[in-house]
Design a protein around this ligand. Sequence first.
Ligand code: 4NP
Length: 148
Amino acid sequence: MVCLGNICRSPMADGILRKKIQDRGLDMKVDSAGTAAYHVGEAPDRRMRRTGIDNNVPIDDLRARQFVVQDFDRFDVIFAMDKSNYNNILSLARDEDDVQKVKMMLNESNPGQNLEVPDPYYGGDEGFQNVYNMLDIAVDAFLERVNG
Ligand code: 4NP
Protein backbone atom coordinates (compact mmCIF):
# COMPACT_ATOMS: atom_id res chain seq x y z
CA MET A 1 0.00 0.00 0.00
CA VAL A 2 1.67 3.23 -1.14
CA CYS A 3 0.78 6.92 -0.75
CA LEU A 4 2.84 10.08 -0.49
CA GLY A 5 3.72 10.38 3.20
CA ASN A 6 2.85 6.91 4.54
CA ILE A 7 1.12 8.54 7.50
CA CYS A 8 -2.53 8.76 6.34
CA ARG A 9 -3.90 6.72 3.44
CA SER A 10 -1.46 3.84 3.04
CA PRO A 11 -1.14 2.92 6.74
CA MET A 12 -4.94 2.83 6.97
CA ALA A 13 -5.08 0.63 3.88
CA ASP A 14 -2.34 -1.55 5.38
CA GLY A 15 -4.24 -1.88 8.68
CA ILE A 16 -7.56 -2.69 6.99
CA LEU A 17 -6.02 -5.39 4.79
CA ARG A 18 -4.07 -6.91 7.71
CA LYS A 19 -7.22 -7.09 9.81
CA LYS A 20 -9.33 -8.70 7.11
CA ILE A 21 -6.58 -11.24 6.39
CA GLN A 22 -6.41 -12.14 10.07
CA ASP A 23 -10.19 -12.30 10.44
CA ARG A 24 -10.46 -14.63 7.44
CA GLY A 25 -7.50 -16.83 8.35
CA LEU A 26 -5.65 -15.98 5.12
CA ASP A 27 -1.89 -15.97 4.63
CA MET A 28 -0.67 -12.82 2.87
CA LYS A 29 2.15 -10.41 3.59
CA VAL A 30 1.15 -6.74 3.83
CA ASP A 31 3.15 -3.55 4.24
CA SER A 32 2.91 0.13 3.38
CA ALA A 33 5.28 2.88 2.29
CA GLY A 34 5.36 6.46 1.03
CA THR A 35 6.91 7.73 -2.17
CA ALA A 36 8.30 10.68 -0.17
CA ALA A 37 10.67 10.56 2.81
CA TYR A 38 9.27 13.51 4.81
CA HIS A 39 7.71 11.39 7.56
CA VAL A 40 10.02 8.36 7.73
CA GLY A 41 9.98 6.78 11.20
CA GLU A 42 6.79 8.57 12.29
CA ALA A 43 3.58 6.97 13.52
CA PRO A 44 0.49 7.58 11.38
CA ASP A 45 -1.17 11.00 11.57
CA ARG A 46 -3.11 11.42 14.84
CA ARG A 47 -6.39 11.92 12.95
CA MET A 48 -5.91 8.71 10.94
CA ARG A 49 -5.05 6.80 14.16
CA ARG A 50 -8.25 8.13 15.74
CA THR A 51 -10.27 6.99 12.72
CA GLY A 52 -8.62 3.58 12.92
CA ILE A 53 -9.58 3.20 16.57
CA ASP A 54 -13.13 4.44 15.87
CA ASN A 55 -13.47 1.70 13.24
CA ASN A 56 -11.79 -1.02 15.28
CA VAL A 57 -8.68 -1.08 13.07
CA PRO A 58 -5.90 0.41 15.22
CA ILE A 59 -2.78 1.46 13.28
CA ASP A 60 -0.83 3.11 16.12
CA ASP A 61 2.07 0.66 15.86
CA LEU A 62 2.86 1.33 12.19
CA ARG A 63 5.87 3.51 11.28
CA ALA A 64 6.41 5.36 8.03
CA ARG A 65 9.04 4.28 5.55
CA GLN A 66 9.88 5.22 1.99
CA PHE A 67 9.11 2.97 -0.96
CA VAL A 68 12.28 1.32 -2.29
CA VAL A 69 12.95 -0.48 -5.55
CA GLN A 70 13.39 -3.77 -3.64
CA ASP A 71 9.68 -3.61 -2.84
CA PHE A 72 9.09 -4.79 -6.41
CA ASP A 73 10.85 -8.03 -5.44
CA ARG A 74 9.13 -8.43 -2.07
CA PHE A 75 5.51 -7.99 -3.21
CA ASP A 76 3.26 -9.33 -5.97
CA VAL A 77 0.90 -6.35 -6.00
CA ILE A 78 1.67 -2.70 -5.27
CA PHE A 79 -1.35 -0.47 -4.71
CA ALA A 80 -1.08 3.27 -5.30
CA MET A 81 -3.59 5.58 -3.61
CA ASP A 82 -3.54 8.28 -6.31
CA LYS A 83 -2.20 8.96 -9.79
CA SER A 84 0.80 10.88 -8.52
CA ASN A 85 1.83 7.94 -6.32
CA TYR A 86 1.20 5.61 -9.27
CA ASN A 87 3.49 7.59 -11.57
CA ASN A 88 6.18 7.95 -8.91
CA ILE A 89 6.23 4.19 -8.29
CA LEU A 90 6.28 3.47 -12.03
CA SER A 91 9.28 5.76 -12.44
CA LEU A 92 11.24 3.27 -10.28
CA ALA A 93 10.13 0.17 -12.21
CA ARG A 94 13.05 -1.74 -13.74
CA ASP A 95 11.17 -3.88 -16.21
CA GLU A 96 7.72 -4.89 -17.42
CA ASP A 97 7.22 -7.31 -14.50
CA ASP A 98 7.63 -4.40 -12.08
CA VAL A 99 5.24 -2.23 -14.12
CA GLN A 100 2.55 -4.93 -14.09
CA LYS A 101 2.56 -5.08 -10.27
CA VAL A 102 1.45 -1.47 -9.83
CA LYS A 103 -2.32 -0.90 -9.53
CA MET A 104 -4.63 1.89 -8.47
CA MET A 105 -6.24 0.83 -5.19
CA LEU A 106 -9.74 2.00 -6.07
CA ASN A 107 -9.71 0.05 -9.34
CA GLU A 108 -10.52 -2.96 -7.13
CA SER A 109 -13.89 -1.45 -6.20
CA ASN A 110 -14.35 0.70 -9.33
CA PRO A 111 -12.62 -1.19 -12.15
CA GLY A 112 -11.01 0.82 -14.90
CA GLN A 113 -11.96 4.22 -13.49
CA ASN A 114 -8.58 5.16 -12.02
CA LEU A 115 -10.30 6.91 -9.10
CA GLU A 116 -8.04 8.37 -6.40
CA VAL A 117 -8.12 8.08 -2.62
CA PRO A 118 -8.14 11.80 -1.74
CA ASP A 119 -5.28 13.06 0.41
CA PRO A 120 -6.94 13.97 3.74
CA TYR A 121 -3.87 15.66 5.25
CA TYR A 122 -4.89 19.30 4.75
CA GLY A 123 -8.65 18.80 5.10
CA GLY A 124 -11.14 18.34 7.93
CA ASP A 125 -11.74 15.33 10.14
CA GLU A 126 -14.52 13.98 7.91
CA GLY A 127 -11.94 13.37 5.19
CA PHE A 128 -10.36 10.63 7.29
CA GLN A 129 -13.57 8.65 7.70
CA ASN A 130 -14.21 9.10 3.98
CA VAL A 131 -10.78 7.59 3.25
CA TYR A 132 -11.51 4.73 5.63
CA ASN A 133 -14.83 3.95 3.92
CA MET A 134 -13.30 3.93 0.43
CA LEU A 135 -10.43 1.69 1.50
CA ASP A 136 -12.70 -0.73 3.36
CA ILE A 137 -14.76 -1.30 0.21
CA ALA A 138 -11.72 -1.53 -2.09
CA VAL A 139 -9.90 -4.00 0.18
CA ASP A 140 -13.01 -6.20 0.38
CA ALA A 141 -13.20 -6.19 -3.42
CA PHE A 142 -9.50 -7.10 -3.68
CA LEU A 143 -9.83 -10.04 -1.28
CA GLU A 144 -12.94 -11.22 -3.11
CA ARG A 145 -11.07 -11.09 -6.42
CA VAL A 146 -8.00 -12.99 -5.25
CA ASN A 147 -9.54 -15.39 -2.71
CA GLY A 148 -13.18 -15.66 -3.80
P1 4NP B 1 -0.57 10.49 2.94
O1 4NP B 1 -0.90 12.01 3.37
O2 4NP B 1 0.17 10.57 1.62
O3 4NP B 1 -1.91 9.88 2.81
O4 4NP B 1 0.27 9.90 4.04
C1 4NP B 1 0.08 13.01 3.41
C2 4NP B 1 0.87 13.13 4.52
C3 4NP B 1 1.83 14.13 4.57
C4 4NP B 1 1.98 15.01 3.53
C5 4NP B 1 1.19 14.87 2.41
C6 4NP B 1 0.24 13.87 2.34
N1 4NP B 1 2.93 16.05 3.61
O5 4NP B 1 3.02 16.85 2.66
O6 4NP B 1 3.68 16.13 4.60
